[in-house]
Design a protein around this ligand. Sequence first.
Ligand code: SF4
Length: 230
Amino acid sequence: MIPPNSPTELDEQRRQLAFITQNLEATFGVPRNDSHEDPLDELINTILSQSTTNINSHRAFASLKQRFPNWEQVRRARPASIAAAIKSGGLANVKSIVIKNILNDIQERRGALDLSFLKTVPVSEAREFLISLKGVGPKTAACVLLFACKRSVFPMDTHIFRILRRTGLLPEKISDHLAHEKIENLIPPKKHYSLHINLITLGRRICHPRNPKCGQCPLNEHCDFGRSRL
Ligand code: SF4
């Protein structure tokens, strides 16, 4: 059990995250969110992106849309036809079944293949709905809510976990759920998307798993690991 932070510690961590957000924007720019506007498009796109590269998943999504212009057609299609359309994204047989089941589930529970209600219901309700769909985990749900619905949630991948641990904002041992909840609440308002994208960029370019380039890092003044190395 991790002891909760005191209000003073939380204020300090809030300031540290504001600094990190600002410095990353000064270094990498303010990223533009040009994701799908439609949450269902984004959900299917995120499922296609699992265990493959962005290029392959974008190809698979475009091919699926070309073969089936609307989601009702996908819902009624045979899994083998869906799999053929998304084969460039890998794991096509598994993903085709996941996608078909999700579409059936949404149709049954909502009466339409439309997830636009996720943009306006409370975040906790939106997240709960998405996670209740078979094959949708917390990270996929967070991606849909952040990218398409522009909600203040914060998907965390392996780059983000590594950097936040090194900076001292996350302890070594913390559950995924608690880590998401903690960081999500400390991020400056409306900066969740920017911080998500820029931390991934930092992880890819500078804060590598091995031999991070702390000397060139815009965060080194506010990073425990970086300060100990420089
Ligand atoms: S200072 Fe080093 S360890 Fe810290 S975030 Fe930058 S590259 Fe990573």
